[in-house]
Design a binder for this molecule. Structure first.
Ligand code: PEP
Ligand code: MN
Length: 346
């Protein structure tokens, strides 16, 4: 429920509304706006009787949020959220952010070369997992802490920001030390204790859609993070399970439009996991930008044939360069622009 205060409501009247909400057993979140303050009521799992607040001094109107997710909904906040990044850019505005790099950190030479290559092509965020959620326990599990240290080296050399995955609460503490954006992977989208921990720390969170999650479930997972106090969530469509094996997953392009309708949070696209085949990635990257994605996360490897994970869907650096030019052109057509690395001529 949202309590919209009158334009001339006094601080005492706002405090009065907060107090009543608290005595009703809920939490109150005052949100000062340009015109007027709105007080959000959280902690309810169903319709709340509005009669006690409706009559309070300074209250203009009470809006019932109809969706099960509250704080992530457009009803709660009509204007888009712009998630701030350390280089001064934001995700969710006019700018399109490109995150690129290998699936996993494999070693110093590999991650440094990857970082230089994706930066040269125009990416501003380096992706690579240090902790890898693999379907087989015998597959490469990532370099762990060493992987994080190598990512920090890559950032120091290139100035790229880092997005990397946290798989559990213990790993999250380590990841937060290094990452500029904390990734929560598809397999962990409904790991509610991890979501809560991610909501209690301050770094932006990249939340990937679960393998068979509905859009409503994705938004409810984001709600966990916001409800713990972290408003900086970036959603990610990375394909869902389907009956067809022609692609690794079914890349749900429509999710981008659906999420933009339902939520103020930004959403980016992962055409690499979405298709599973490098030759399909550029087409889906272009499509995602045309559909309004606020950014892309793409797997690129200096030598994909020798990659320790997800080589088949990793672009060759030259493919990525071409993809970046195409994506830049499409962004421009729809009145957006791809953010280029600081100090680059582009
Ligand atoms: C990844 O980004 O390498 C990854 C494991 O992605 P997802 O969680 O979407 O499968
Ligand atoms: Mn991968």
């Amino acid at each position: 429920m949202l309590i919209v205060m009158k334009q001339d409501a006094t601080p005492d009247e706002i405090a009065g509304v907060v107090e009543v909400i608290q005595t009703m057993g809920y939490e109150a979140r005052p949100m000062p706006g340009r015109q007027r303050t709105t007080v959000g009521l959280v902690g309810n799992d169903g319709r709340v009787d509005a009669s006690r607040v409706e009559a309070l001094a300074g209250v203009a109107e009470v809006i019932h949020v109809s969706k099960p997710y509250k704080q992530v909904s457009r009803e709660w906040k009509p204007e888009p959220t712009r998630v701030p990044l350390p280089d001064g850019s934001t995700i969710g505005g006019r700018e399109v952010i490109i995150m690129a790099g290998p699936c996993s950190v494999e070693g110093e030479e590999q991650i440094l070369l990857s970082a230089r290559q994706v930066k040269a092509a125009g990416a501003t965020v380096l992706r690579a997992g240090a902790f890898k959620p693999r379907s087989s326990p015998y597959a490469f599990q990532g370099l762990g802490q060493l992987g994080l240290e190598l990512l920090a080296v890559a950032r120091a050399e290139t100035g790229l920001m880092i997005v990397t995955e946290a798989m559990d609460a213990k790993g999250l503490e380590m990841v937060v030390e290094t990452a500029d954006i904390v990734q929560i992977g598809a397999r962990n989208m409904q790991n509610y204790s991890l979501l809560k921990e991610a909501g209690r720390q301050r770094k932006p969170v990249l939340l990937k859609r679960g393998l068979s999650a509905t859009i409503s479930e994705l938004l409810l997972s984001a709600e966990y993070i916001l409800s713990e106090g972290n408003p900086n969530v970036i959603l990610c469509e990375r394909g869902i399970r389907s009956f067809d094996t022609a692609t690794r997953n079914l890349f749900d392009l429509s999710a981008i439009a659906v999420v933009h309708g339902l939520s103020h949070l930004p959403i980016i696209a992962d055409p690499s996991h979405g298709t599973g085949h490098r030759d399909m990635v550029p087409a889906m990257a272009r499509a995602a930008i045309a559909a309004g994605a606020d950014g892309l996360i793409v797997e690129v490897h200096p030598n994909p044939e020798r990659a320790l994970s997800d080589g088949a869907q990793s672009l060759f650096p030259e493919q990525f360069e071409r993809m970046m030019r195409e994506v830049g052109a499409i962004a421009e057509v729809i009145g957006r622009s791809v953010v280029s690395p600081v100090g680059s001529a582009a």
